[in-house]
Structure formats: C-alpha cells, structure tokens
Ligand binder design. Structure first.
Ligand code: NOJ
Length: 452
C-alpha cells in the first residue's frame, strides 16, 4: 500500500534525459525510468520526482513547455507515462512531476497567438510593456540566464518579459485566466493519478505592479551588468506572492493526499531567509519548500545546526520538511565538498525528519562531469564555460562499467563521467562503507521508522 506523504521518508529526483535510455538515441526516456523502478525499490525509495518530460523545443531541456498536457516524443508517450505511474504505484512509490507555472516556451500556442497582434485575446497571458522613449527596455530587470529580461517583439512593437531565456516568456499571473489555466493543468495530472508536483521558480509568480527598477547591488560581482549586480526587490516576490501560491496549492484540497513542493531559494539580500521560508510554507497546508541551504553553507557544525533548526522551526502545521543536498541546477555534492565530507553530509541528510531528497547518482557518489566547451549543451552556460555549466551535474547515470555506463547503447547527449563509481561496482564489492550501502541502509531505516 502506498503511504501518505506525511509518512514518506525519501524522494528521488530523476533528470529524465540522463537516467536510462531505452531507444538508443543517447537520451533517457520514461520507459527507462519504468525499467529502473526495481532498483529504486531496492534502494528504499518511496517517491520520485521526475523533471519535465512535456512537449518542448528543449531550449531549456523541458523547462520551456509547449504543451503542458503531453509527453515530448524524446521521452515517449502519455501511455508510457501512465504505465510508469501504475508500475511505481504497484511498488508503493509515489510520483511527483514538475510544474513550470511562471513561463512557457515561445512555441506554446498561447504565446504564438499572443505575439500575433496587440489585440489578440491571449495577449494578456504574457507580460508586455512599451519601450521607453529612447526605445530601450521598460526597466533594468535582468534575466537569470544572462542579459536583460526584456525582448522586443518587432511585429507588435512591445517588449515581453522573460525572467529566464528569451525563449521562455513570463506568464502574467495577474490575469485570472492564466491562473485558471494552471490549476486546470494541475487537475489534469492529478486526475491521472500523479501524487504531487514540484513547482518551478515560484519567486517570479508576482512582481512589482509598477515595474520599478531593481536596486543596484552595493557590492556587485565582477560583471556589473549581471543578474547578481542587482538586488531583486522589484522583479520578484510581488504583493500577490502568497495569494497565488495558495490558489495553486488549493487544488490539492479537491483530492486525497496530493502535495506541492515549491522550488525556492530565499534571497539573503531581501531579508531573513528563514522568515521567507515561513512565508512560502504558510502559503498553504499542502505546500512545502525545499531546504536548499546546504549548497552554500560553510563546513561548520554550528551554522548547519542553526540553519536546520530555523527551517524546522518554520515548518509548522502540515508542511513537510524536504531536505536536499543538490539538484539539476547545483554542482554535485561530492564535487562541492569531497567524498568523505559528502558522505557525512549525506548521512545527516538521510536522517533528517520529513523527506530526504536524493538527486540521481548522488547515492553512488557521482561527481561533476568534466566537459569541454564544445560539449556544453545548456543554454544558460555563460559563454559556454565548462566551469559553471549546469551540464556538469546532469551527466548520464552510471549503472555499470560498460562504455556508456549502461545508460545507453549510443553516444549519450552528455559524456559519461570517467570515474568508476557505478551501481554495479558498489553492489558487487558489497563494501558497507560505500555511498550506496549507506543510502540503502538509511533509506530502509527511514521506511521502518515513521518518526524520521
Ligand atoms: C528552475 C529549474 O530548476 C531550472 O532548471 C530552469 O532552468 C529554471 N527554473 C527555468 O525554468
């Protein structure tokens, strides 16, 4: 029997392009995930979160959605997804999918219509502004993927807002029709049996209604025009932030045991980060926020202790603590620290109350990939820099020691890391000190100890 979210101890994040390819095209797919459910079951995993697999031109590998209700052919079909869902449920594993509510792809039919003319009924689904008198951008907001956050649409003579790539226009959440569309999309997947959603990039769901300039950072980084050169006091956390989160999460009330977990990185420049967690967590009883503070915390017991306690202290009511060490946007934990420290931090993470999140491959100690500039595929990478690219943490899962690590029979979309840490090697040596054995032991312990 599948447990309730409250009693679940672990969530395993799968980046579907990199988990298991079954079609021989070098890219992972849904059937690949289904085929590996027994592995996850043996590991002691009780829920999976699958990063986007929806129809998409893949300029941000699925975080640019062109159809929220279908599967991109790269990953398979809706029927493949239904099979995955029922096979997971048969093993008592819950399935969480990714909801990308704040922007679509520029290929989404809404945007294609919206940009066709100023009086198109879909125009107000997006954020449009006139140029300033000199023709420049409406304000100084920067995109999180680099450059300005505004793109001039030549046909209609207005700028549209894109908080990420220009191929990801921001949706206008102040428009009730957009909010209705999004809650209907959540219902579509919940009706199918999906158990929850990880909700992408929620900080931009509400913005300053006056579109004021962001304040310049008094201690700017080297690049004084970059995103970090500004304090984001106007482009995010607008006055309707909690209201919109609450509206979205209230769909859970129509179903039994559904949960949303918000992607959320509190912003130290905007005040008390644990107070910001509290605000998100309190948005709705069936909404939670990932604890991501480990990614930049110093190696210091007291800092770690107080950050964890602060977060737990704010996670009151029905909120579930979700403890993470990394994800598809953060360098691998073994590479940020070193193997021993990463092992210790994983140990701690696996014993936290609430839900411990495991990013695929972290259970075998996968390291950041080593990529040449020509191998970089992520469009967010500054000047194709192999040092800062998110591709480093997205390399193929290392199942065994064959040439493509058992991930694919063909050259994978990103190169396999050359380190020899694989699921097979770890299981065959049976070394109880290995990262995999530690995960297996503690995840099993969690399954049998509901207090964790
Ligand atoms: C956060 C996601 O985790 C990241 O991968 C994506 O690029 C941005 N949001 C935009 O959707």
């Amino acid at each position: 029997m599948t447990k309730r979210w409250r009693d679940i101890g672990s969530l395993y994040q799968i980046y579907p392009r990199s988990f298991q390819d079954t079609t021989g095209d070098g890219v992972g797919d849904l059937n690949g995930i289904t085929g590996r459910l027994d592995y996850l079951s043996c590991l002691g995993i009780e829920a999976v979160w699958i990063s986007p697999f929806f129809t998409s031109p893949m300029t941000d590998f699925g975080y640019d959605v062109a159809n929220y209700r279908d599967v991109d052919p790269t990953f398979g079909t809706l029927d493949d997804f239904r099979r995955l869902l029922s096979e997971a449920h048969a093993r008592g594993i819950k399935v969480m999918i990714d909801l990308v509510p704040c922007h679509t792809s520029d290929q989404h039919p809404w945007f294609v219509e919206a940009r066709s003319s100023r009086d198109n009924p879909k125009r107000e689904y997006y954020v449009w502004k006139d140029p300033q008198e000199d023709g420049s951008e409406p304000n100084n907001w920067r995109s999180q993927s680099g450059g300005r956050a505004w793109m001039l649409d030549e046909t209609t003579g207005q700028y549209y807002l894109h908080s990420f790539l220009y191929t990801q226009p921001d949706l206008n959440w102040d428009n009730p029709a957009v909010r209705r569309e999004m809650t209907d999309i959540v219902r579509f997947w919940f009706d199918m049996g999906v158990d929850g959603m990880r909700v992408d990039a929620i900080w931009g769901i509400s913005k300053d209604p006056n579109f004021g300039d962001d304040t310049r950072n008094p201690n700017p980084p080297h690049d004084t025009e970059s995103y970090g050169a500004f304090i984001h006091d106007h482009c995010k956390y607008g006055p309707h932030f909690t209201q919109y989160l609450r509206e979205l999460a209230s769909v859970c009330d129509e179903y039994s045991d559904r949960h949303l977990v918000f992607e959320f990185y509190p912003d130290a420049q905007l005040g008390d980060i644990y107070e910001q967690y509290r605000e998100v967590i309190h948005a709705h009883p069936r909404g939670s926020a990932f604890f991501m503070e480990h990614r930049h915390m110093s190696w210091h017991a007291e800092h770690t202790r107080s950050a964890i306690l602060d977060y737990l202290h704010r996670s009151v009511g029905e909120a579930i603590p979700f403890f993470c060490l990394g994800n598809h946007d953060q360098p691998r934990v073994v590479s940020r620290l070193d193997y021993e420290r990463a092992r210790a931090l994983n140990f701690l993470n696996l014993l936290m109350p609430g839900i411990s999140v495991v990013y695929y491959g972290d259970e075998i100690g996968m390291e950041n990939g080593v990529l040449a500039a020509t191998q970089i595929r992520d469009n967010f990478s500054p000047a194709n820099s192999p040092v800062d690219s998110r591709d480093l943490e997205r390399t193929p899962m290392q199942w065994n020691s064959s040439s493509f690590a058992g991930f694919s029979t063909a050259e994978p979309w990103l190169p396999v890391h050359e380190n020899r840490s694989t699921v097979n090697v770890a299981s065959e040596t049976g070394d109880s000190r290995s990262m995999l054995a530690m995960h297996q032991n503690l995840l099993k312990l969690r399954q049998s100890m509901p207090l964790l």
